[in-house]
Design a binder for this molecule. Structure first.
Ligand code: WTA
Length: 677
């Protein structure tokens, strides 16, 4: 990542031309009821109070045994939090609420088909289901503390149930987003060393029943090609007793959950008293090189951080109805649908399908009916709903006190629409910047303390202390508005512990660039580099500019350019493939694919289709490219490196800059004619 092309201007150094936006202030009503109104929290969480400031969050949880050491740097930069503490995440999200909230809705599941009834799961019901499922995982599937299990499931109540059942046993779950292909799932199973796959027969998407179990069979095949074995495939059914998939059930390997759960009726599984710094889950995410990285999150630190931020930033009170539209298969769903809200005894709404099914009024009908008052979604969804105009939401009677955006930068125009039309000029908005790796929010306004500024995530969270560096590691002056690479100076409890099975890659990807001393056991020498460019304006607010590495953020989903290129290269007719991000009105960015062909191969529409199919098969439909361009050759440096920057400029119709130093400048003209004609 230190590599610099001569004369190349990095994204982070590009001068920033936007204007400062006007502030919006939280309403008095919001402030009056907010969980956090004390500005003093920022002093309490000052660097001079590191690490003990985080006790304030940890004390929101129930511990079997309090920790001896808050923060341990002896294995830097694999930080340990709350060492000596004993805790169980399932207990914290369920059992401890039973005394006062047994009959309260923990989860309300909204099926995509509008005529199907909602499923309301009280904390008591959640307790029963999680216990019985934990018993099945332990006694039927043979899973025990420290084992990994891969869960490839769509949005359903069974998904959080099975996650919490794993957490109860100390089994490390690795949830793979349901939209990923069987192949992508299989690679993640193999990397994590899971011997059990938990899946579903099918689910609704845009009104159609999708066959999901077929992906499990593909996944198992990929795993066996990697020389490993999936011993059991546990299949939930969308409708118990009826099977929605065409894929046969393999005797001795595949089992229906609804057939085996009754064997465990009434069984209770004591939550295992686990070390606070033991892993809770893995979440795979895309990075700069091909292979996805299994981000390993701890039990005590992670739960501490998501409970604290859910309470103060999401402003969740037990009586709120909270709806986060993200998918549980992404980190947002883990932290802010499942673990954070349930740790606070909230009611968390889970919606199965797409926001515009059967029409763009659906989210507002759900909000109206359930009395949702906290709403959480991504800019891409806001842009999509905005397309249908302001009249649609006006037909419905819903009122949000609080709204969140997450996953990618939101344009000020879109932010204002969200505020005026959806928030009705009353809801407080938080624009939360963070990542899979960080477990919870890094930058956001504190909703009752700070004013909002469209397009800016806001100041750093309490206890998070960013610094912006240039490419050479010099500090960019605070509040200067000059862009650079944003880093976090200090560890925090929600940060991931390592990349599963690849500590070196963890260090190389996130720390090497700005590490001051690779032998040091002092956290001050290890700033965390998330891979984003940002500016800080004079009011202390950060504006996130996007990735500086080879990651394309499509509708808030992280896709690695290399992963996409590798998918293309499974087609033997291709000589080379290059993938670049193109700006898209709805999705933020989408991939454009450039391919060149092997000698003697003729270009054809079929080849273009094959490229799209390869990407869908290897990764999933979310990665579908906008265009596939078959080019005679890639623009290259004299040393033979593909100039993706030049291709990206062509795709986005911006200036390609100086190309005279390329080995083949003439090809640029050719490609431009092709793409821009
Ligand atoms: C981007 C999602 C601007 C960023 C929680 C980050 C954002 C990547 C924002 C992480 C935001 C996330 N404003 N950009 N509010 N939130 N990003 O791991 O580039 O799926 O590094 O986590 O999304 O994506 P991930």
């Amino acid at each position: 990542m230190n590599h610099k092309e001569p004369g190349k201007v990095t994204e982070a150094q590009i001068a920033v031309h936007w204007q400062e936006e006007q502030y919006f202030h939280p309403s008095e009503d919001f402030v009056a009821q907010a969980n956090m109104t004390d500005k003093g929290i920022y002093d309490r969480f000052g660097l001079n109070n590191f690490p003990d400031c985080f006790h304030e969050y940890a004390e929101l949880l129930s511990w079997y045994r309090r920790w001896d050491t808050t923060f341990d740097a002896s294995d830097a930069p694999c930080w340990k939090w709350f060492v000596g503490g004993k805790i169980n995440a399932s207990y914290n999200c369920i059992d401890r609420h039973l005394d006062s909230n047994r009959n309260k809705a923990a989860i309300v599941f909204v099926p995509e088909l509008e005529h199907e009834p909602h499923e309301v799961i009280t904390y008591q019901e959640l307790y029963v289901r999680v216990n019985e499922t934990a018993a099945l995982l332990r006694d039927f599937a043979g899973l025990k503390t420290g084992d990994r299990v891969t869960i490839h499931m769509p949005m359903s109540t069974d998904l959080p149930v099975v996650m919490l059942a794993c957490a109860r046993l100390g089994v490390i779950h690795s949830v793979v987003f349901g939209g990923f292909s069987g192949k992508a799932c299989g690679e993640r199973i193999a990397d994590s060393g899971s011997s059990v796959l938990i899946t579903t027969d099918g689910y609704y998407r845009n009104g159609k029943m999708l066959d999901h179990k077929v992906k499990a069979d593909e996944a198992v095949k990929v795993v066996s090609e990697a020389g490993q074995i999936v011993e059991k495939v546990l299949v939930w059914r969308r409708y118990p007793d009826t099977y929605q998939s065409e894929a046969p059930m393999k005797p001795g390997r595949d089992f229906f959950m609804d057939e085996h759960l009754p064997e465990f009726r009434g069984v209770r599984v004591e939550p295992v008293e686990l070390d606070a710094d033991a892993p809770l889950f893995l979440m795979y995410t895309s990075g700069t090189t091909g292979r996805p990285k299994g981000c390993q999150h701890s039990i005590g630190g992670y739960l501490t951080y998501v409970a604290g931020t859910s309470k103060y930033v999401q402003d969740i009170h037990p009586e709120d109805v909270y709806w986060c539209m993200a998918d549980i298969g992404w980190i947002t769903g883990h932290s802010y649908i499942v673990y954070g809200p349930l740790a606070l005894a909230a009611t968390s709404v889970i919606y199965e399908g797409v926001p515009t099914f059967p029409d763009a009024g659906r989210p507002w009908r759900i909000a109206e009916r359930l009395g949702v008052n906290i709403f959480h979604t991504a800019p891409t969804t806001v842009r999509m709903l905005r397309k249908f105009g302001p009249e649609e939401p006006k037909k419905y009677n819903f009122e949000f006190k609080h709204m969140t955006t997450v996953g990618e930068p939101i344009e000020p125009e879109v932010w204002r629409w969200y505020y005026d039309v959806i928030g009705k000029g009353k809801a407080a908005i938080v624009d939360t910047w963070w990542q899979t790796e960080t477990g919870g929010f890094l930058c956001s306004t504190m909703p009752a303390i700070h004013s909002m500024k469209p397009g800016s995530a806001g100041p750093a969270m309490p206890g998070i202390h960013p610094v912006i560096y240039d490419e050479d590691g010099n500090t960019v002056a605070e509040g200067s508005g000059i862009a650079g690479n944003i880093c976090i100076q200090n560890p925090w409890p929600g940060g991931f512990q390592t990349i599963w099975g690849d500590r070196n890659r963890y260090i190389k990807t996130y720390y090497e660039k700005y590490c001051k001393d690779s032998q040091s056991k002092d956290w001050r020498d290890w700033p965390y580099f998330p891979g984003d460019a940002a500016t800080q304006s004079s009011d202390g607010y950060y504006r996130i500019l996007g990735r500086v590495d080879d990651v394309i953020n499509v509708a808030g989903h992280r896709l690695g350019t290399k992963e996409l290129e590798s998918a293309c290269m499974t087609i033997s007719d291709l000589a080379e493939a290059a993938v670049v991000p193109v700006t898209d009105d709805l999705k933020g960015k989408v991939p454009d694919v450039y391919v060149s062909l092997q000698p003697g191969v003729r270009e054809s529409k079929d080849l273009e289709k094959a490229v799209v199919l390869a990407i869908e098969t290897e990764i999933g439909k979310i990665a579908r490219p906008k265009n596939v361009w078959i080019v005679p050759d890639m623009p290259k440096t004299r040393s033979g490196k593909i100039m993706r920057r030049v291709l990206a400029s062509i795709s986005n119709a911006t200036d390609v800059g100086d190309i005279t130093t390329l080995a083949n400048p003439e090809v640029v003209e050719h490609i431009r004619d092709m793409v821009q004609s």
